[in-house]
Ligand binder design. Structure first.
Ligand code: AMP
Length: 280
């Protein structure tokens, strides 16, 4: 596997791959990789001749006071996982490689889409995500890019941005990978103490409850989110940020839970903010 931290080297590599006739897949990540990330790489390897992952903790998507400094990092371990899953290259730039002094250009969706759900408590988050993904698209120029449904709002926003900016890149969504007990895999799960790790199961339990209600024909979104909310509130270590039903494409709040409705939650377990979701 090729490891590079230079934009110019990525461009050169991609030029070579293209000249050899390969389709190119991009898997953007912030590192500290787990089986959720690996599932994106697996899908990319299955669908593309060459796959490049990016491993970059992007500062512009963190607000002051969020966990930018403490975000877990282990690049050597990441490389081992990527190589095991057949990834061909990893791009691991410094902050200065991505954001040169005087950097002043951002990509931002101006509708309410990035203001809903996570955008309520993280107002600059999706501007940072769109900016870094846009830069990665320009650097790698992939045919396909792979994102997890775990971050459903991010996936919808990337789809919107890709369409709006005419990138001509196919966006592939990949299902949520969970721990054996149900907790959605996340790099942030490492923040949890053993007691909090147990309490965090309330997220997936509420997702499974909501999904069961929707599967049995409940279409009143409020009934579903209320039941999920009650269950989460029964866990003393949990503090709800949101439990919401929105249109899965536009992120607009909805009253009816129909096919394509996204039911998404964000819950603090102690100081750690975790997210989960399902789509009806
Ligand atoms: P991150 O490193 O957390 O920014 O995530 C990088 C990519 O991996 C994003 O597209 C995430 O949605 C995806 N991802 C993270 N966790 C999971 C998971 N448990 N299942 C599926 N995809 C995931």
């Amino acid at each position: 596997m090729i490891i590079t931290c230079k934009i110019s080297e990525v461009r050169e590599l991609v030029r070579k791959w293209r000249s050899e006739g390969h389709t190119i897949g991009l898997v953007p990540t912030m590192g500290y990789l787990h089986e959720g990330h690996a599932s994106l790489v697996d899908k990319a390897v299955a669908m593309c001749g060459r796959v490049i992952a990016s491993d970059f903790v992007n500062p512009t998507q963190f607000a002051p006071g969020e966990d930018l400094e403490s975000y877990p990092r282990d690049f050597d371990r990441d490389c081992r996982l990527l190589e095991e899953h057949g990834c061909h290259a990893v791009f691991h730039p410094d902050v200065s490689e991505m954001y040169s002094p005087g950097y002043a250009t951002y990509v931002e969706i101006l509708s309410d889409m990035p203001k809903q759900l996570c955008g309520r408590t993280r107002p600059i988050h999706f501007r940072g995500v769109c900016t870094v993904v846009s830069k990665l698209f320009n650097i790698v120029t992939p045919d396909k890019a792979f994102f997890g449904e775990k971050d459903a709002q991010q996936l919808a926003i990337i789809r919107r941005m890709t369409e709006d900016m005419s990138y001509g890149i196919e966006i592939i969504g990949c299902p949520i990978v969970r721990e054996a007990d149900g907790l959605a895999k996340s790099s942030r799960n490492t923040y949890l103490s053993p007691k909090e790790r147990k309490a965090a199961l309330i997220l997936s339990r509420s997702i499974f409850l909501g999904r069961k209600m929707a599967d049995s024909g409940e279409t009143d979104a409020l009934k579903i989110t209320d039941a999920m909310r009650k269950l989460i509130e029964s866990e003393p270590l949990a503090r709800i940020d949101y439990v919401s039903a929105v249109n899965g494409t536009t992120m607009e709040p909805v009253r009816e839970a129909v096919k394509g409705t996204l039911i998404a939650i964000a819950v603090y377990i102690g100081k750690t903010r975790l997210i989960d979701n399902f789509t009806v």
